[in-house]
Design a binder for this molecule. Structure first.
Ligand SMILES: NC(=O)c1ccc[n+]([C@@H]2O[C@H](COP(=O)([O-])OP(=O)(O)OC[C@H]3O[C@@H](n4cnc5c(N)ncnc54)[C@H](OP(=O)(O)O)[C@@H]3O)[C@@H](O)[C@H]2O)c1
Length: 327
């Protein structure tokens, strides 16, 4: 099917650097190939990786500028790339994708844009009751959380220590671990402790004396630890309170954690990408969002045109949930 669109607004790094280097560019609409769909984006979430990429963490090739940003979004399908037999593409939930369907997805390139042409198998149908911002912000953090908990094989009745429980990923780790029947101790700034209690965690202030504060709550140590911050403190305290360093997983400090006998997940060299585990987690996460059994805390929303302000908030490292662009 042809789609008679015009130019599309998209967030991009105009140069490698901080939020000041970001801008809105116009890119041409692209018709879907077989297996692809075009999504009119309603919301696109930010992740720290977007800012790192804009700053040059994945290379500073000038030929790649302007570099479009964003990997996750939610919106409405406006065009479908049928195959030669006329069959519609299937979403990651196994359901056919049609014009008018409300969808969400992650692993999308340049997701922070008014419109997106993407592989259908990266999208799932959005539960009717879920908000656009929540849907946009669910899957990268949720699949990362599910992957990490799988890596440390957290079991019902065990105690998990989460470093950075108040962040985008941390809040999903807390909720999934609690749903699995674990006790959860989670570090955060004091201002986020009520949020963590509401999610069922026991909050702890990070910083000097952390090991002692963990031991006051768990005198015999913890069974597993999930590092969402990547500090030396998170590594040292985890090793001190864990019986087995292999039950520490990090998403933000791969080299040192692996050198200490722990696990790293994600895209860092040597880390486990866990594609199969993450893909398998998506359907459950979307279902839980629809049932109201999982929440995505939205720290702030900004219109697409104010993406720079959104990235400034992300850069504080203390947004307290997801920062989301609305279209
Ligand atoms: N490997 C992967 O697959 C993967 C996937 C997603 C994210 N990540 C990475 O994981 C990290 C967290 O991502 P996110 O989306 O959760 O980020 P985020 O929403 O910005 O959360 C940051 C967290 O770090 C805490 N924090 C900030 N400064 C700290 C400090 N000095 N000591 C201890 N904790 C501190 C914050 O606590 P307060 O706000 O309460 O102070 C908050 O809980 C980022 O580095 C990101 O790039 C990796």
């Amino acid at each position: 099917m042809r789609f008679d669109g015009g130019m599309v607004d998209a967030v991009a790094a105009l140069a490698y650097g901080g939020p000041e280097s970001l801008g809105i560019i116009e890119v041409p609409h692209r018709d879907p190939r077989p297996g692809e769909v075009v999504v009119a984006v309603r919301a696109a979430a930010l992740n720290p990786w977007d800012a790192k990429q804009a700053a040059g963490a994945a290379g500073t090739d000038p030929a790649k500028l302007p570099l479009r940003l964003g990997v996750e979004a939610a919106g409405v399908i406006v065009a479908v790339g049928a195959d030669d037999d006329g069959a519609a593409p299937l979403g990651a939930d196994g359901l056919p994708l049609a014009v008018g369907d409300e969808v969400l997805g992650t692993g999308l390139r340049g997701a922070q844009a008014a419109e997106l042409t993407a592989p259908g198998d990266r999208l799932l149908h959005k539960p009717a009751g879920a908000g656009w911002a929540d849907a946009a912000g669910l899957l990268l953090t949720g699949t990362t959380a599910a992957h990490g908990l799988h890596a440390v094989a957290l079991a019902e009745g065990e105690t998990l220590l989460v470093h950075g429980g108040s962040g985008g990923v941390g809040r999903l780790v807390v909720q999934l671990a609690r749903r699995g029947g674990a006790r959860v101790l989670a570090t955060a700034s004091e201002g986020h402790h009520d949020d963590l209690r509401r999610l069922g965690a026991e909050p702890i202030v990070y910083g000097e004396g952390l090991e002692q504060r963990v031991r006051e709550l768990a005198p015999h140590g913890v069974d597993a630890a999930f590092d969402c911050v990547g500090t030396e403190e998170a590594l040292a305290v985890s090793l001190a309170v864990l019986a087995d360093p292999a039950r520490l997983v990090t998403i933000a400090n791969a080299g040192p954690v692996m050198a200490a006998g722990g696990q790293a997940i994600g895209a860092a060299p040597g880390a486990d990408a866990g594609t199969a585990v993450r893909n398998a987690a998506r359907v459950d996460l979307v279902r839980a969002l629809g049932e109201g059994a999982l929440e995505v805390e939205i720290a702030a929303t900004f219109p697409l045109a104010r993406a720079r302000e959104a990235y400034e908030l992300l850069a504080t490292g203390h947004a307290g949930g997801k920062v989301v662009l609305e279209v």
